[in-house]
Design a protein around this ligand. Structure first.
Ligand SMILES: NC(=O)c1ccc[n+]([C@@H]2O[C@H](COP(=O)([O-])OP(=O)(O)OC[C@H]3O[C@@H](n4cnc5c(N)ncnc54)[C@H](OP(=O)(O)O)[C@@H]3O)[C@@H](O)[C@H]2O)c1
Length: 335
């Protein structure tokens, strides 16, 4: 293993702080945190970096000189930061959840393959664990015609500002599809609503499945109804601002989350799920294990989604050591 550094961008945010801590435990002295607040980053031994300024980001990489991997714990507006990493042969882990942005990075596959770098996309809970479970359920039916993903998030968790921004913007996106009632192990039957997680856009290509949908609900049933009842109004910027403010201040409910994948082929049906507490922490753990695989494993260069890395297929079971419960259709729900 070499001694090159790991740049965690957004490294003092809700997800990034656990990524930085976990990687520091595995690779002591090699983690450098970054964000726009120079004083805050420097207090942690880090540097200033802004993902909306790709030229400045490129200079930061040059100045640091020995960066082996960048973990993006904040969503950049386009793929130019990814390009700045991959053209230097720097590995990239991106926890972003916007399909359009991930497709832009996937277009850099040849650049990454040429420079010997690997970028891993669809990293986190959704996308991330959703992708791994989708692949599992797909294989269990021998190749699915259709996959339905359901994500439940805890309304009581203190989600980071960037995650709240993403969720409120997603509410404003016009989406086809009907709500679906699903049983989430340990949480009973829930009504989940179509939501623009990137997994449903990327999995048809990586798994060769014709139809993939992703739906969202909150742990609180009344809040789920209220939130999706506001969907038409959320197209108005003033309503989105009000929703962002209330999500950031009001924390009603718990911090439990669940992810379920249902795959169907004709009459065949397979389903699997995971449940845990604190999605930000599990997103960070997934990002940390992916980064460790890039630095200590031997992934093929290029741009991949998490479900395309065979070494990470057992990640849900690995995360059981951190409190994640794994379930398959036919088993009793986890206690
Ligand atoms: N895949 C998944 O399952 C999953 C799950 C949760 C979250 N996410 C995504 O992860 C991202 C982070 O979520 P979070 O909850 O950790 O948000 P957060 O708490 O707001 O953290 C964002 C971090 O990024 C920094 N940052 C913001 N804008 C930046 C910029 N332009 N350049 C560099 N750094 C910047 C922030 O510090 P400064 O403001 O000081 O710069 C902060 O440290 C979101 O995009 C969210 O959608 C994905």
């Amino acid at each position: 293993m070499n001694a090159d550094r790991i740049l965690v961008v957004g490294g003092y945010g809700a997800v990034g702080v656990t990524v930085a801590d976990t990687l520091d435990g595995w690779f002591p002295g090699r983690v450098v945190v970054a964000g726009r607040d120079e004083a805050r980053a420097r207090a942690l031994g880090g540097v200033r970096a802004d993902v909306t300024d790709p030229d400045g980001f490129r200079r930061t990489l040059q100045e640091l000189g020995d960066v082996a991997a960048v973990v993006l714990c904040v969503e950049p507006p386009d793929s130019r930061v990814a390009r700045a990493c991959l053209e230097r042969g720097v590995h990239l882990v991106d926890i972003g959840a916007t399909g359009r942005l991930l497709e832009g990075t996937a277009d850099l596959h040849d650049l990454a393959a040429g420079s010997g770098a690997t970028a891993v996309l669809s990293v986190g809970v959704a996308p991330g664990l959703t992708n791994l479970l989708a692949r599992r359920a797909h294989e269990a039916v021998g190749g699915a015609d259709r996959i339905d993903l359901t994500v439940m998030l805890g309304a009581g968790e203190r989600h980071g500002a960037d995650a709240v921004r993403w969720t409120v913007e997603g509410l404003a996106e016009p989406l086809a599809g009907a709500p679906l009632r699903t049983t989430l192990p340990g949480h009973g039957t829930r009504t989940a609503h179509p939501f623009p997680f990137s997994d449903q856009h990327t999995l048809p290509r990586t798994l060769g499945v014709e139809q993939v949908t992703t739906r969202l609900c909150l742990d609180s049933k009344p809040l789920t109804s209220a939130l999706f009842g506001l969907r038409p109004a959320a197209r108005r910027p003033a309503v989105r601002r009000a929703l962002t403010a209330s999500f950031s201040r009001v924390h009603l409910g718990g911090d439990g989350f669940a992810v379920r994948a249902d795959a169907r082929r004709g009459d065949l049906h397979a389903a699997c799920a995971v449940t845990g507490r604190a999605q930000s922490r599990f997103t960070a753990l997934v990002a940390s294990y992916v980064t460790r695989e890039l630095l200590a494993g031997s992934p093929a260069p290029g741009v991949r989604h998490i479900e395309q890395l065979p070494a990470l297929a057992g990640l849900p079971e690995t995360l059981a050591a951190h409190g994640l419960a794994v379930w398959r259709l036919g088993e009793a729900p986890p206690a």
